[in-house]
Design a protein around this ligand. Structure first.
Ligand code: FES
Ligand code: FES
Length: 142
């Protein structure tokens, strides 16, 4: 049995922002989603973002995951942390910040908090029209 904090368990039982965001085509608003893993397969996560185009701000987000307790709690935490941030600010949210928000995560479960960030990155890069593969090569070159 993993040693989860009360906050992790609270968000596992009552996750915030779980589900999807409909694209209701409001003017000046974009809705995108990013995905990691394979939804058909198992450990996977999809993160939807509602973006105000002019300000580049995240107005809202929702996640869906088949991942474990930590993935659910981390994704829920991420949706709360990124609300109101610009896309550039959201890209800087670290998995340590996610873990801190949760009062800590077991070391072996830190990777679950990374899934949310990867889905966030995938959504933002899709929105910006940047292929993820190019981004990964860029990172390798740094
Ligand atoms: Fe993907 Fe079984 S469905 S490994
Ligand atoms: Fe796979 Fe947490 S999402 S172990």
């Amino acid at each position: 049995m993993w040693d989860y904090t009360d906050k992790v368990m609270e968000l596992f039982y009552n996750p915030k922002n779980q589900g999807l965001l409909e694209d209701d085509r409001e003017p000046g608003i974009a809705v995108v989603f990013g995905e990691v893993g394979s939804i058909a397969c198992g450990d996977a996560l999809r993160l939807h973002l509602k973006i105000e185009v002019n300000s580049d701000k995240i107005l809202d987000s929702r996640f869906q995951t088949f991942g474990c307790t930590s993935a659910i709690a981390s994704s829920s935490a991420l949706t709360e942390l990124i609300k109101g941030l610009t896309l550039d600010e959201a890209l800087k949210v670290t998995n340590k910040e996610i873990a801190d928000f949760l009062g800590g995560l077991p070391e072996a479960k830190m990777h679950c908090s990374v899934m949310g960030q990867e889905a966030l990155e995938a959504a933002i890069y899709k929105y910006r029209g940047i292929p993820l593969a190019v981004h990964e090569e860029d990172e390798g070159a740094l």
